[in-house]
Ligand binder design. Structure first.
Ligand SMILES: [Zn+2]
Length: 301
């Protein structure tokens, strides 16, 4: 399977009626969407539980702190509620979109950072990927010829995938934490999403953007910073992500061709192209094969 199972588990819950990822040949269902227009969490409260087996649980608590400091969404540890988010280890970073009922998993592989967790929580409260906006063709060009086989569905609009939704900001936000990078799901190291002028852009997985917050405020209006009777100071600083995702450098060539034996710096990491794979030199020496997924490098085992 190309690039292992991460692609097919990214944003995917196999046991769930709401799917964002499909196997090749499978037709997307035409069911009612939960994204952005319905299936919000009532009273702005997301109940959650953390799997005791999940490593580095600060990723979750830091991400929750970020959401609570910047939005009116509150996160409450579950005590018997039937609808809740369950943070658990998995093969990639994944989530359902919106509240789907019952237990819904957010899976976090070891490579998923605090920023990735903020992104997955975005899905769980109802956000699609930013490049899935219905009007995205007014802002970006999708280079389908560079997309890994089987990953094309990640580049459809939610409407094309059979879901409904809504846009809460007037323009596509390249700075959204829900925006894919220019090289997401590339099969050849070349760009999959570019601006209309052909240029690439930097994606971020550090925190909610100004427009992210504006959209979420429309979906979950209320007092930012916990709301209710508990009012933490609104100036509460955002937590520093433990693993901020490096942004993509501006490429010197908009359509780079990678040559075996050459070094490149992509997404903050200096990597060696060898036999059409990527390697980087570990601190203690030795080489590790890696792959770039959604703007983040992952180890290949
Ligand atoms: Zn996502």
């Amino acid at each position: 399977m190309y690039q292992g199972d991460i692609i097919f588990f990214n944003d995917m819950i196999t046991d769930n009626p709401i799917k964002l990822v499909y196997n090749k040949g499978e037709q997307p269902s035409q069911q009612k969407s939960v994204g952005r227009t319905s299936s919000y969490w009532p009273d702005n409260i997301v109940f959650y539980e953390i799997d005791a087996l999940l490593p580095d649980q600060a990723r979750v608590t830091d991400a929750i702190s970020h959401w609570e400091a910047n939005t009116a969404v509150k996160f409450v540890q579950r005590s018997g509620e039937s609808n809740y988010v369950y943070f658990t280890p998995g093969s990639g970073c994944s989530s359902c979109v919106g509240m789907v009922g019952g237990r819904q998993n957010i899976t976090l592989a070891s490579g998923c950072s605090t920023g990735n967790t903020i992104h997955e929580i975005g899905h769980a409260v109802g956000l699609w990927h930013e490049q899935s906006r219905v009007d995205r063709d007014s802002y970006v060009t999708i280079n389908f010829e560079n997309i890994a086989s089987g990953a094309e569905h990640n580049f459809r609009t939610y409407e094309e995938s059979g879901y409904d939704g809504d846009e809460f900001t007037s323009t596509l936000d390249f700075g959204s934490i829900m925006m894919y990078s220019s090289y997401s799901f590339s099969n050849n190291g070349q760009s999959t999403i570019v601006k209309l002028d052909g240029s690439t852009y930097s994606a971020q997985r550090s925190g909610l953007s100004t427009d992210d917050k504006a959209g979420i405020d429309s979906m979950y209006p209320g007092e930012t910073g916990g709301g209710g009777t508990v009012s933490p100071p609104p100036t509460e600083p955002e937590p520093t992500p433990t693993e901020p995702e490096p942004t993509n450098p501006e490429p010197t060539n908009p359509e780079p061709t990678y040559i075996n034996g050459e070094y490149y710096t992509i997404a903050g990491l200096t990597v060696l192209r060898k036999k059409d794979k990527w390697l980087y030199k570990k601190d203690r020496g030795g080489w590790q094969e890696v792959e770039l997924i959604d703007g983040t490098w992952y180890n290949v085992n």
